[in-house]
Structure formats: C-alpha cells, structure tokens
Write a protein that binds this ligand. Structure first.
Ligand code: ARG
Length: 307
C-alpha cells in the first residue's frame, strides 16, 4: 500500500511539472467509518421516514439552521443573479435545501467564516454545518459526521511563474517561503505537516489566500483541489502544482453532536439525493455558476463583498 501511494505520488509529481490546472474526479462514495453504534441510533435506523421526521428535533422547531462559509466554490459561494444581487449557490447549498425538504423543515442558512461554522456547531447554535467539511478525526468532538457525499483531493497551489520552484512538497518546506492555508481547516494542518519549516500564514477566507498568492505575498498555499480549480477559472495564473496526500478524503455534513435522529435523517436525505440524480445535477449547476459572476467570502446587507 505504501509502495502504491509512493508510486501515485511520484506520478503526480512527474505530471505536475508539465500539467498546470491539474485534474480532478468527483467520484461518488458513501462509505464512512463513523457511526456511534449506540442503541438509540439503531432505533432511528429502523424507523420509517415519517416516524423519523416526527422524532427529529432542531434548534428552532420546524426549521433547519445551517452554518456555511461561502468562500468555497463550487461547494458554496455567491452567484450574482440577473438583478446584480448575490445569491447563495453551490452544491452544498442545494443539498442543504434537499435535506430540509426531505425532512419537512424550512431552511435557514447562516453564512460566516469557516472556523466560525465549526464553533457554532460545537456550541449547538446551529443544526448542521455544511462547508465542505473533511471528516477530520480531530473534529469528531465538535460534531457528528454524515456519510461522505463527494470525494476530492488536496492541492498545493502557486502562481504559474513560480511553478518550477515546486517539484515536490520538500521544495516548499523552506524558511524562505510564505505558505497560506485557511484558519481551522485541514489544509492548515497539511501546511504544518508538509512544510513545517516554511512561514505558514493562516487566513480566515480562501479569497484572501488567493489574493495574496496573486500579488506575490504568498509563495504557495494548500487548497482543496476542486476549489483551487474553480478559483483558477477566475484567476488563470493560478497553478495546481502538486497533489497533496491526505487520508480523510471526502466531504461530510457536520451534524450537531448527539442528535442521532437528525444524523439519520441527513444520511437518508444524502442517499436519496444521490440515488435520484439530484446531487449530480447540483454539482453540474454549481460548476456552471462558479465559472460566472460570483463573490467568494461574505456579503454585507447591501449585497457588497465584505473585505
Ligand atoms: N475540507 C477542508 C476542511 O474541512 C476545508 C473546508 C473549507 N470550507 C469552506 N467553506 N471554506 O477543513
């Protein structure tokens, strides 16, 4: 297995020298190692959908409150509509609506910085966090994980003109380099693991990392591959130079800890959205919208991007 991984890495590195823009697949996967195995969970699992719906409790009755961090196209971002107004978009947002509909709840999405979504979930202020969460074992105390709904990878990103500097992650592990990652994300951990000697700069929002890369303040950054590819459609000078190995691949919905009925409901909704083709459609729509006029980050009450 190690050998196989090493081979993949070598291949990835070899490819990275010539390929700019990278490759990605969004293969499906519903496997998830989690599952508390308590008796309660087992009971919910044997309920009909209607029984389950009746058993589900949320922060506010009848409503599903979901925290997100809309700086992460195609997962979540703002698409500018025909009136010039920003509307929350992305496959996480469509999936959130699907889950709410499936459970017979109204939906309220609360946008905030990424690290805030984890805190809000941990404090029980929201029912779900949907922000492209990786099922990071370090997070298991703050939330329960749904089944994985999409898989993807991790990338090391720089600007085109610097791509020859980084033929391997070792090249990036150098005190001369400033390397960016999002606060509270697994990419920040990946930066500390792979480039501990570099000057690691953690920023609250992904667009700030991109802006600093493009203006040369950062030399490189760790970013989710699908998201880096999406930013590269807006900033063509961005280059996905290296694939970064990570073992908790895939994205999950974060469910407020201990709400086993809601967790079961979310997993049923995810399975249904994948089964009936809705989720595939959401991914297509998200990618289409993400290549248009968008805002990534937060917007104020006038619909302007918050700097
Ligand atoms: N998958 C990474 C993590 O879970 C990054 C997620 C960042 N999400 C976002 N909406 N900015 O840490």
């Amino acid at each position: 297995m190690k050998k196989f991984l090493a081979l993949i890495l070598t291949l990835a590195m070899a490819l990275s020298v010539t390929a700019c823009g990278g490759s990605d697949d969004t293969a499906d996967d519903t496997a998830d190692g989690e599952g508390s195995g308590t008796e309660e969970t087992a009971d919910y699992a044997s309920m009909t959908d209607d029984e389950l719906k009746a058993a589900i409790t949320t922060v506010e009755g009848g409503k599903l409150t979901v925290a997100t961090s809309p700086d992460f196209a195609p997962y979540e971002f703002y698409a500018i509509d025909e009136n010039g107004d920003p509307q929350l978009a992305g496959f996480d947002m469509d999936l959130a609506q699907y889950i709410a509909d499936y459970l017979g709840l109204s939906l309220e999405i609360v946008p905030m910085d990424f690290d805030g979504t984890i805190m809000e979930l941990q404090n029980g202020n929201v029912d779900l966090g949907m922000a492209g969460y990786s099922p990071d074992p370090k997070r298991a105390d703050s939330m329960d994980f749904s089944d994985i709904y999409i898989t993807g990878g991790q990338s090391f990103v720089c600007v085109e003109s610097n791509k020859d500097l980084f033929t391997s992650l070792e090249d990036a592990n150098n005190a001369d380099y400033q390397i960016g990652a999002q606060v509270g994300s697994i990419q920040a951990d990946l930066a500390h693991e792979n480039t501990p000697d570099a000057d690691i700069i953690e920023l609250a929002k992904v667009p700030d990392i991109i802006a600093e890369l493009v203006t040369g303040k950062l030399d490189g950054a760790f970013i989710e591959t699908m998201v880096a590819e999406s930013y590269a459609t807006q900033y063509p000078e961005l280059c996905l130079v290296l694939e970064v190995p990570y073992d908790a691949e895939g994205s999950v919905v974060g469910v407020t800890k201990g709400n086993a009925a809601l967790l079961e409901g979310v997993n049923r909704a995810i399975a249904a959205a994948k089964e009936d083709g809705s989720f595939d459609q959401y991914v297509l729509t998200a990618n289409e919208l993400a290549s248009g006029d968008i805002i990534e980050g937060l917007v104020d009450e006038n619909g302007e991007a918050v700097q």
